[in-house]
Design a protein. Structure first.
Length: 728
């Protein structure tokens, strides 16, 4: 059986204003690619499918700022009903929003049936509020071109369209990571069993195990009955049954609980081990960076002390300015000092301003000597004319003056720099000294020169240490200690300690179990065969058989699961390699499918991404996560083949990947898709040109050469309240 969605139509649904005929999407039975930019309607189209399949839509919760899968109700109907329709409604006036979906089912004989599902909400305006009146459902059938009312129930048709337990895997919303289909833990087991029904052996084993316990109880009852007149035997039977019960509790409850605790604890260790290593690395790097910072702080302290001493010397008169008597040498030296310090200040300020390029730093440092007035510059921007060359200022010139020149000469930096502050203070002092030169006599130039050189020297040393620190960070990364590092390390260490305690507890329980089994083996009931009933002999034989059957099914189950893991790993890796062909790093990694049977005799799976050395390269999101998920899901679909021949509908399946990986994904699906694909994406669109990007054109060209593929773009119509679809 194969299911194909032929068409979906929208009525006043989010941004899709108008009747069903105005908003129609027609699909082929192969790969359908729907392309649109943000806020045009691609996610709303995906919501239309979701509303038909599971009576829910994905809406953003304004309080938590997260997306939620939620039913349409009185609280959110305003978000779903088309905005233009809402604003045009009058009080007590009603309108309808809805989705109409047409699908076809073909069986192995080639017979087919077509059904049209219509789901609508009648709503109206009451005192400026939109109220939901009722929800309507309709099922129609198409026979020989004629539309007739069908007798099927709407929900039954939805189940026929897609099985309930497969919706998470065939209706994917990839733009929000929290809504990606989980592929780990119990959810992964459910995924595998839902798609390939691998749990049949589990059910058979559980039945066999239950049978074995029932036969064991029957045997004990017969044994008790056979020995009801033998006091010694009765006491031994009670002791034996008590020991068996204690052994059963140890094996099936206490040891299983400890095993589950150990597994959960090992998962914690696995999760936090890499985080703990990163935390240790951050601490180590922080210690190295702290050494640089310590040297910088020490130098800055010296700089402050030197400046303070310099000022105090002036105040206390340790050097003094006496009346100037025509001595020009000191003035020339002080002028030169002012120029040097000013130039150094200008260079430092330009260097610290992230908004300036290297060339702009040089230009502004040179202009600093004459320092144009910010007021004049501001007036130039207002009038749009340069006062220097009398030319009109273009937009680029205005932006340059407003965003770079004016903030620079107003000293509006985006950094706080101690060195710059100190140098500016020194420069202000030197300027004041220059102002006094016409009134006062020779300065202690040696003292000024010495102080100036020492201040500048320390400033250069600080800069050199900062450069060394930057080089260290570039070579070793920018990791710095997080507030959570201590928590991470503590959690990891606690998990390690707990692991040892749990293993010790398990050993104690195993030792206790072995002691009780030995004690049980020494309990003798009745070795005289002539006194053993025929029923007991049959029950004993049945128990041995049931135990053999359970062990065989457990062995068979283990072999089947291992074979499945190898098959899934091979298929998923083929898709992984195809999807990541353009990414050398990801393409050199492999998907690893691991399996084990826990102490409760239940299967556990883990899917990881490993590098060529087998090291874990797993990531919690991004390209690796999205591509791994798609590889596994499509691998399971391929293994399941006709068992799950339903449409795969995905909104933004490659939103977390690069453009190159996106192209690989779409190319692969066009060549290898096992069933109908409806892939809704933004990644093939260029907002700047308001057209397809180069990858989009490449994919479009390929689609045009494939008979059962379709390429659809959604754009705003001439009227902003109407969307149009372009099918190619």
């Amino acid at each position: 059986m194969g299911v194909v969605i032929k068409q979906i139509q929208l009525k006043n649904w989010f941004g899709y204003k108008g009747e069903y005929e105005d908003n129609t999407f027609e699909f082929s039975d192969g790969v359908n690619i729907v392309v649109a930019t943000n806020d045009i309607g691609k996610s709303k189209l995906h919501n239309a499918f979701r509303w038909i399949f599971e009576d829910k839509v994905i809406l953003k919760n304004t309080e938590s700022n997260k997306h939620e899968i939620i039913s349409i109700n009185m609280n959110n109907i305003c978000e779903v009903l088309n905005h233009f329709i809402q604003t045009s409604l009058k009080n007590d006036e009603k309108t309808t929003l809805g989705v109409k979906l047409t699908y076809e089912i073909k069986n192995l004989r080639g017979d087919s049936k077509v059904r049209i599902l219509t789901k609508e909400i009648l709503c109206g305006k009451e005192v400026n509020t939109i109220k939901v009146a009722e929800t309507k459902f309709k099922v129609e059938r198409l026979e020989r071109g004629n539309l007739k009312t069908a007798m099927e129930n709407f929900s039954d048709c939805v189940k026929e369209l897609m099985r309930n337990n497969l919706k998470d895997y065939f209706l994917v919303q990839g733009e929000n990571v929290e809504n990606l289909t989980p592929l780990k833990g119990n959810k992964l087991v459910d995924t595998i069993n839902n798609l390939v029904e691998l749990d049949i052996l589990d059910k058979k084993y559980n039945t066999s195990d239950l049978l074995s316990k029932s036969i064991k109880k029957l045997k004990n009852d017969i044994e008790t009955k056979d020995n009801r007149d033998n006091v010694v035997a009765k006491n031994n039977i009670k002791k034996k049954q008590s020991l068996e019960k204690e052994i059963e509790i140890l094996e099936e409850i206490e040891l299983i609980e400890i095993e589950e605790f150990i597994i959960e604890n090992e998962k914690t260790i696995h999760i936090f081990s890499s985080q703990a290593n990163e935390a240790k690395e951050r601490k180590k790097l922080k210690e190295e960076i702290d050494k640089f910072n310590k040297d910088i702080y020490y130098k800055e302290g010296n700089l402050k002390a030197l400046y303070k001493s310099f000022v105090e010397s002036c105040i206390n008169g340790n050097f003094w300015i006496s009346k100037l008597t025509g001595n020009t040498l000191e003035k020339e030296i002080l002028d030169q000092t002012s120029i040097e310090v000013r130039e150094y200040v200008a260079n430092r300020r330009a260097e610290l301003d992230d908004r300036l390029t290297g060339k702009e730093q040089q230009m502004l440092s040179a202009l600093e000597r004459d320092q144009p007035s910010p007021l004049i510059l501001d007036q130039m921007v207002v009038e749009g004319q340069c006062y220097v060359c009398s030319q009109k200022l273009n937009d680029e010139g205005r932006i340059y003056i407003k965003e770079k020149l004016i903030p620079y000469f107003k000293k509006e930096l985006n950094h706080d720099d101690i060195e710059l502050k100190v140098l500016e203070d020194v420069h202000d002092f030197v300027k004041k000294s220059q102002g006094y030169l016409n009134k006062f006599s020779p300065i202690d130039l040696d003292f000024i020169t010495q102080q100036k050189n020492e201040i500048i020297s320390i400033g250069k040393e600080i800069k050199e240490i900062e450069i060394c620190r930057e080089r260290f960070v570039e070579s070793n990364g920018t990791l710095e200690e997080n507030d959570d590092d201590n928590i991470t390390l503590s959690t990891y260490n606690d998990a390690l300690i707990k692991a040892e305690k749990l293993k010790e507890e398990r050993e104690c329980k195993i030792s206790e179990l072995n002691t009780k089994k030995l004690e049980l083996s020494n309990v003798k009931i009745n070795n005289e065969k002539e006194k053993v009933s025929k029923e007991f002999i049959i029950a004993e034989d049945l128990q041995r058989f049931s135990e053999l059957l359970s062990n065989y099914l457990l062995k068979l189950k283990n072999e089947e699961y291992l074979a499945f893991c190898i098959k899934l790993e091979n298929v998923a890796n083929k898709k992984w390699k195809a999807f990541t062909n353009s990414n050398a790093v990801l393409n050199n990694q492999n998907i690893k499918v691991e399996f084990s049977i826990n102490s409760a005799k239940k299967p556990e799976f883990e899917i990881r991404v490993v590098d060529k050395y087998g090291n874990n390269s797993d990531q919690g999101g991004g390209a690796s996560q999205a591509i791994r998920q798609l590889s596994v899901i499509f691998g399971l679909v391929e293994i399941a083949k006709g068992n799950v021949d339903y449409p795969f509908i995905a909104d933004a399946p490659t939103s977390h990947t690069t453009l190159a990986l996106t192209e690989e994904f779409f190319n692969y699906q066009l060549d290898h898709a096992q069933n109908q694909n409806i892939l809704i994406t933004k990644e093939l669109w260029d907002d700047r040109s308001d057209d397809l990007n180069s990858t989009g054109h490449s994919i479009l060209n390929k689609v045009q050469n494939i008979n059962n593929a379709r390429f659809i773009t959604i754009k705003n119509g001439e009227k902003k309240n109407r969307l149009i679809t372009l099918i190619k």
